[in-house]
Design a protein around this ligand. Structure first.
Ligand code: KG4
Ligand code: ZN
Length: 355
């Protein structure tokens, strides 16, 4: 049996969790910094690192207390060490190293994106044996990518965004509409009362076989629709006036934007299944945008049509959390795999994508 403390600090959530045997979440504490970054309309790295320093120890203590676990009960300390904001990653990593060293237990570094793909297994031990090979989809504020997984730790990236992440597009569109930050949950709610066909926003396809994503054209299209465009020099009258953001127009934009953004994800999933070497048994989904109600229903429909088990994380495990870190770390722990104290924080995904 493993009792693992997970630590997560890659972006703007300071989180710690205790997970037993890779699926049994005994506690999961997330201290979000949204209030600190809201006035800037996005995460300010320096503010994030400083807040992690202040919060990490109280968050770890809370996670242990909630789980009823003492430091001496821990079998390993796991930490998300890549990818993320470097200053933020370093805080969690330093804390995890200090704890692992002082307790004399293994230190296990975990890839944050791979942990998002694992989040759907938390609380559900029975599903893991029958889920691989799997297709993976990570949709968050920092990532939009499709993966092929042979097991929870063998992850190969098939396609990724060439510009913005889908969550970033949600947040930027919300800010164009004068809504708060993060904008994803707000747009999700507004879209439920909007007409998804009210505006024709572009669904990016890229090349015919491409599994990559692009969201910047969609974002720009929303911007021009809302702000209006000037006349072309040779075509008087070709411009459009700014939109009057009335109570019906905003939900219509939200719903039409979602149709295009989620439509692009579904299109690439169809292509990815076609490019898969064997019929995948499941679709593993993770990241903040997997909390989106429209995307969730589209994914469930997609899975039902293709006989794929769709593993959607519970809402609490869609956003950044440490339970997914501790859960995935268990799979390294059972094979005796761990890191030493030279484990580095790696801000990019570059080295995270090979088998
Ligand atoms: O996974 P996450 O917490 O952080 C990263 O690793 O990036 O994802 C945060 C992103 C934000 O862009 C937020 O707007 C988006 O997830 N998000 C949503 C919803 N809930 C969170 N986007 C669409 N619909 C939602 N319900
Ligand atoms: Zn994340």
């Amino acid at each position: 049996m493993s009792v693992i403390l997970g630590i997560e600090s890659s972006c703007d959530e300071t989180a710690a969790a205790v997970v037993v045997n890779g699926f049994d979440v005994r506690s999961s504490v997330v201290s979000s910094q949204h209030d600190l970054h809201a006035e800037y309309g996005g995460v300010v790295p320096e503010i994030a690192s400083r807040a992690h320093v202040e919060r990490i120890l109280p968050v770890v203590r809370r996670a242990l207390a909630d789980a009823g676990v003492a430091y001496g009960d821990l079998d390993a300390v796991a930490v998300g060490h890549r990818p993320g904001l470097i200053g933020s990653l370093l805080v969690g990593l330093a804390g995890a190293k200090a704890l692992a060293w002082s307790l004399g237990v293994p230190l296990i570094g975990v890839d944050h994106v791979h942990a998002h793909l694992y989040a759907g297994f938390l609380g559900e031990p029975e599903a893991i044996g029958s889920s691989f090979p799997a297709i993976g989809l990570v949709v968050s504020g920092g990532h939009t990518a499709i993966y092929r997984l042979e097991d929870p730790l063998a992850v190969v990236r098939m396609g990724t965004t060439i510009d913005d992440a889908i969550g970033e597009a949600y947040d930027k569109v919300a800010s164009i509409l004068g809504l708060g930050h993060p904008g994803g949950p707000l747009l999700d709610r507004l879209a439920q009362n909007g007409d998804p066909r009210a505006f024709e926003f572009p669904i990016s396809r890229l090349g015919r076989d491409s599994l990559d994503f692009s969201f910047s054209g969609l974002k720009t299209s929303v911007l021009y629709t809302v702000r209006g465009t000037p006349d072309a020099p040779d075509r008087p009258g070709s411009g459009t006036p700014p939109l009057d953001l009335s109570e019906t127009v905003v939900p219509n934009i939200a719903a039409s934007f979602q149709r295009a953004a989620v439509g692009a994800v579904m299109l690439k999933l169809v292509r990815a299944i076609a490019a898969f070497p064997a019929q995948p048994r499941s679709l593993l989904v993770g990241g903040g945008v997997s909390a989106n109600s429209f995307l969730r229903s589209e994914l469930l429909r997609f899975g039902a049509e293709r006989n794929l088990l769709v593993k959607l994380p519970r809402m609490a495990f869609c956003i950044d959390n440490a339970a997914m870190i501790a859960g995935l770390a268990h799979h390294r722990w059972v094979i005796g795999d761990a890191d030493d104290l030279s484990l580095a924080a790696v801000p990019t995904t570059m080295c995270a994508d090979s088998l």
